[in-house]
Design a protein around this ligand. Structure first.
Ligand code: PLP
Length: 375
């Protein structure tokens, strides 16, 4: 079966909206069905479910070139980052957290929430065109009082992709830790946490990893586990989840210390199925397929005089087109069974390996028809 045929939505829609939610595959549907079958068959199947949780941990770790013990699984990116934030100490000499103009609201909110605990939040600003956050803007705000720099790899509003290595090096030179939100990149751009030399990285599995809402992960560099003890806890965060010892909190020596309670079992089935698909296709192939589709969108936008959300950009799985009325445009396209989304006056087009040049052809035919809504 051709991969695209595994995504029934393409029978009725042109779906180019992975930045919002990956398309549902027959594999993920079957995974949910097998969860329900197992409930019928076994009622409770906890040992197997814990094994599956560990399988998921290994698969996501492998995708990121992390060790399984460096991964905490969660129900959302925010859940993992909240646990991480709780483990940080803000001292007089090192209490600054650098956030950016490209942050997704959740990460910004979580870091600002730490102000009550003594954190000082400073923002690195984007350039005038909202195209990138120049390194010099990080240089202006990162200093020896910086505890952590938080950067999104790809901006959810416009698809701007940040070059991470120079920022990570700069932060480390000042003794600061670095957190990367890779949600809009993971599954579409190869990510190697060791090569990046990043301290923390978080994402979720509902977009380019093709599974479902309610699944997140947090990578924590091994050498930091013992140093960082979260103020959050729960039985799945313990050294031994079977210990059932209610007289103390005994956090796992691994990144599992950033987990909390019973995992969402049905979503584990779905997340494994989504990851297996990505493993079969390979992220490097996704990247080259998506690059070709994005290039075609960029060329067609230029041919038709449509403005891009950001003029020049490094390869990113999302491209944005300026619109005069983004909600009306998304609605008009939906009437023609073309599904995209919008933010910040931008139409967001976010292909995956299941899209093809015909999809882009249809999109542009519709955009030309609704040209009055383009900026
Ligand atoms: C860059 C980015 N970070 C985080 C999130 C969401 O995180 P959470 O799983 O906490 O809802 C999104 C969702 O669209 C996102 O695009």
């Amino acid at each position: 079966m051709h991969f695209r045929d595994r995504f029934p939505i393409f029978q009725s829609k042109i779906y180019i909206n992975t930045c919002s939610y990956g398309a549902l595959s027959t594999d993920v549907r079957a995974a949910y069905e097998s969860y329900l079958d197992d409930r019928d068959k076994y009622g409770a199947h906890w040992e197997y479910w814990v094994e599956m949780l560990e399988e998921l941990r290994i698969r996501i770790a492998t995708l990121l070139n992390a060790g399984p013990d460096e991964m905490a699984l969660s129900s959302s990116l925010s859940e993992g980052v909240n646990a991480l934030a709780s483990a940080l100490s803000f001292t007089a000499g090192r209490n600054k957290i650098v956030v950016t103009d490209f942050d997704f609201p959740s990460t910004a909110h979580i870091w600002y929430a730490q102000e009550k605990r003594g954190a000082k939040i400073v923002r690195a600003s984007a350039d005038e065109d909202d195209r990138t956050i120049p390194l010099e803007n990080f240089e202006k705000v990162i200093d020896d009082s910086t505890l952590l720099v938080s950067i999104p790899y790809v901006c959810y509003r416009n698809g701007a992709r940040q070059e991470l290595e120079p920022i990570i090096k700069l932060a480390h030179r000042h003794g600061a830790l670095v957190f990367v939100d890779c949600y809009q990149a993971v599954g579409a751009i190869p990510i190697d946490v060791k090569q990046l030399d990043v301290d923390f990285l978080a994402g979720g599995m509902l977009k380019y990893l093709l599974s479902t809402a309610g699944t997140g992960f947090l990578y924590v560099r091994e050498s930091l586990h013992e140093k960082l003890q979260p103020f959050t806890s729960g039985w799945f965060s313990q050294r031994d989840i079977h210990a059932m010892d209610i007289t103390k909190n005994d956090p796992s020596p691994t990144a599992r210390r950033f987990e909390s309670g019973t995992p969402n079992v049905a979503n584990i089935y779905a997340a494994i199925a989504g990851l297996k698909l990505i493993e079969q296709v390979k992220v490097s192939n996704v990247q080259s397929d998506v690059r070709e589709l994005i290039a075609s969108i960029r060329n067609r936008a230029a041919d038709n005089g449509f403005k891009l959300g950001i003029a020049q950009q490094a390869h990113s799985p999302m491209i944005s087109l300026k619109s005069k009325d983004m909600y009306a445009l998304v609605a008009k396209l939906a009437e023609e069974d073309i599904i995209v989304s919008c933010r910040d006056d931008n139409l967001r087009v976010s292909p995956h390996f299941y899209n093809n040049l015909d999809d882009i052809e249809h999109l542009f035919a519709a955009l030309i028809k609704h040209r009055v809504l383009m900026a």
